[in-house]
Write a protein that binds this ligand. Structure first.
Ligand code: TXE
Length: 480
C-alpha cells in the first residue's frame, strides 16, 4: 500500500492528524494508496514555508527561475511513462491518452511559462513634457492553487507553472480523487532543484484543506478549477477578503453543425469532442445541434462511429474509453441517463454500465451514450453531466441555434462547423462562450486567453493573462 505525503518546505511530510484517506483505482474499484487527511495545521505549515521562501524566490533573476522550471519540465518528460501509468491508474483514463495528452501537456505548461516569463513586459505612458508613467508588476506573494480530478497533472501544472514563473511561491492542492501525479510532481520538483518552500503540496478534502487555503489571510490570490458550485463557495469566502480570484468552472458546450460542413471531418471530431477522457473534460461538446437537412445523415453516421468505441481496461490499447473517475461520479452520470429517459429522450446507443471481464470487473465503466428527441431547455440539455452522455437536436434557422446554444447558465466553449466563413465570423460574436472553435475542437495555443463566461468562470488562464494574474501592478508616475 503506497502512503502519499504532503510536500512542505521541501520535505515529505505526514499529515498533522496522522490519519489517511483511501485512494481508489477507478478501473478496479480497489484501494491502492492512502492520501494524507490534512487539515488547517498542514496548510498553515505550508503557508509559513512558502512565505519564508518568497523573498529569495521572487528575488531570483527571472533567468534562474526559468532554468529551474525548465529542469522540472525535462524531468517530467524523462518520467513520462511512469507518470502516464500513474495518471491512468488514478483517474481511469486510457493509458494511451495520458501518455499522448496529459503528461506531454504538463511538460509544455512548464516549458511555456519558463520561457514566457523571460519575455513579459509592461507599458509606459508619456505625458509629453510633464511626466512619464510606467506599470510596475511584482509577484503577488503566496499563490493558492486548487485543481480538479479530470485532467489531474495537466491542470495542476497549468496553475503552478505561471505562478512560479511570475515569482510567486505556491501552496497547491490536487483533487483528493486523483492525488498521485501531484505527489510525484512534488518529488520531481525537489530533484529539479526548486528551493524548499517554493512549491508546497497539501493533500486532503476540499472543504477542509481547500477551504483552509482559500480562507488563509496571507494568501492573496486563488487560482481554482472545478465545479461551478464549488466556485461559488470559494467566492463567498475569498470575496470579502478581496483576494484575486481565477475561477475555471463547469461547462455545457454545444457543437453546432451546418449542412455545408465537411461531413467526415465533422463526424470524427464530434465523436472525439463528445467522448474524449470519458466526456470528463469541461471543453467536451455534449449538446450536438445539427441543421435539419443534415440531421438524419449525421445521426446515422455519428451513432455508427460511437458504437465502434470500446470501453474497458484503461491499460489496454484497444479501449477508447476507460473508467469514470469515481464511484460517486459514476452514479451521477447513470442518474442523468435515467433523467434523459424520463424527459422523453430516445436512446440511440449506449445507456448502460459496463462490467469488463477480469481485473476491472468491479470498476466504474459506462457505454458512450447518445440521446435524441429532447428539448433544448430540458434538464439533460441544461445541466452539466461531465460524462459520456450527449444529445442530438435538429435546428432550422441561425437565430434558433444561437438561442439554443446560449440558453444554459454556462459559457465555456463552443465548436461551430460550416464552410461559410462569413457565417462563422458573424456567429462567433453572438455565441456566449469564452472559446469558439470553428471547424476544429481542442486546438490549443497556450498564448490564447482560456476560460469561460457566465457560470463557467471568472478571469482567463493562458498566455500572459495567467502570468499577470499572479502579479500586483502599480502605476509609477514620475514628473520630468
Ligand atoms: O470539482 P470540485 P471536481 C469542472 C468540471 C466539473 C468539475 C469536476 O466541469 O464540474 O470541475 O471537478 C476542491 N473549498 N472543470 O468534481 O468538487 C476539491 O478538493 C476549496 C472545469 O473535482 O469543485 C478539488 O481539489 N476547495 C474546468 C477541487 O476543489 C474545494 C476544467 C475541484 O473540486 C472545496 C476541469 C471547497 N469548499 C473541470 N470543495 C475548466 N473550466 O477548465 C472542493 N474543493
Amino acid at each position: 500500500m503506497i502512503f502519499l505525503a504532503n510536500l512542505i518546505n521541501g520535505e515529505s511530510t505526514a499529515p498533522a492528524s496522522g490519519s489517511y484517506l483511501d485512494n481508489i483505482n477507478p478501473a478496479t474499484g480497489e484501494v491502492y494508496s492512502k492520501i494524507p487527511d490534512s487539515d488547517e495545521r498542514d496548510v498553515n505549515a505550508a503557508v509559513d514555508a512558502a512565505r519564508k521562501a518568497f523573498p529569495t524566490w521572487s528575488g531570483l533573476p527571472k533567468e534562474k527561475r526559468s532554468a529551474l522550471l525548465l529542469n522540472l519540465s525535462s524531468l517530467i518528460e524523462k518520467n513520462l511513462e511512469r507518470l502516464a501509468l500513474a495518471e491512468s491508474n488514478d483517474q481511469g483514463k486510457p493509458l494511451w491518452l495520458s501518455r499522448s495528452v496529459d503528461i506531454p501537456r504538463a511538460v509544455s505548461n512548464f516549458q511555456f511559462y519558463a520561457t514566457a516569463a523571460l519575455h513579459a513586459h509592461t507599458e509606459a505612458h508619456a505625458m509629453e513634457q510633464t511626466a512619464i508613467n510606467y506599470t510596475l508588476r511584482t509577484p503577488i506573494g503566496v499563490a493558492g492553487c486548487i485543481s480538479p480530478w479530470n485532467l489531474p497533472l495537466y491542470l495542476f501544472t497549468w496553475k503552478i507553472a505561471p505562478a512560479l514563473a511570475a515569482g510567486c511561491t505556491v501552496v497547491a492542492k490536487p483533487s483528493e480523487i486523483t492525488p498521485m501525479t501531484a505527489y510525484l510532481l512534488g518529488e520531481l520538483s525537489i530533484e529539479a532543484g526548486l528551493p524548499p518552500g517554493v512549491l508546497n503540496i497539501v493533500h486532503g478534502l476540499g472543504p477542509k484543506v481547500g477551504m483552509s487555503i482559500v480562507s488563509h489571510p496571507t494568501i492573496p490570490a486563488i487560482s481554482f478549477t472545478g465545479g461551478t458550485k464549488t466556485g461559488a463557495v470559494i467566492t463567498q469566502t475569498a470575496g470579502p477578503m478581496f483576494k484575486k480570484l481565477s475561477l475555471e468552472l463547469g461547462g455545457k458546450n454545444p457543437t453546432i453543425i451546418f449542412a455545408d460542413a465537411d461531413f467526415d471531418k465533422t463526424v470524427q471530431t464530434a465523436v472525439r469532442s463528445a467522448f474524449s477522457n470519458q466526456g470528463e473534460i469541461c471543453l467536451c461538446g455534449s449538446r450536438i445541434l445539427i441543421e435539419r437537412p443534415l440531421y438524419e445523415r449525421f445521426k446515422n453516421a455519428f451513432v455508427e462511429e460511437v458504437k465502434k468505441l470500446r470501453v474497458g481496461d484503461p491499460l489496454e490499447e484497444k479501449n477508447w474509453l476507460g473508467a469514470i473517475a469515481s464511484e460517486q461520479h459514476f452514479q451521477k452520470i447513470l442518474s442523468y441517463i435515467e433523467l434523459a429517459k424520463t424527459e422523453g429522450g430516445i436512446l440511440l446507443c449506449g445507456g448502460k454500465a459496463v462490467q469488463p471481464e477480469g481485473r476491472c470487473a468491479n470498476g466504474y465503466f459506462i457505454e458512450p451514450t447518445v440521446f435524441e428527441g429532447l428539448s433544448y431547455d430540458c434538464r439533460t440539455n441544461q445541466e452539466e453531466i461531465f460524462g459520456p452522455v450527449v444529445t442530438l437536436q435538429p435546428f432550422d434557422a441561425e437565430d434558433d441555434v444561437i438561442r439554443y446554444a446560449n440558453s444554459t447558465e454556462y459559457g465555456l466553449a463552443c465548436s461551430l462547423w460550416t464552410s461559410d466563413l462569413s457565417r462563422a465570423h458573424r456567429m462567433a460574436g453572438q455565441l456566449e462562450f469564452g472559446i469558439v472553435w470553428i471547424n476544429c475542437w481542442l486546438l490549443r495555443d497556450l498564448r490564447t486567453p482560456f476560460g469561460g463566461m457566465k457560470n463557467s468562470g471568472v478571469g482567463r488562464e493562458g498566455g500572459f493573462e495567467a502570468l499577470n494574474f499572479f502579479t500586483e501592478e502599480r502605476n509609477v508616475c514620475i514628473r520630468i
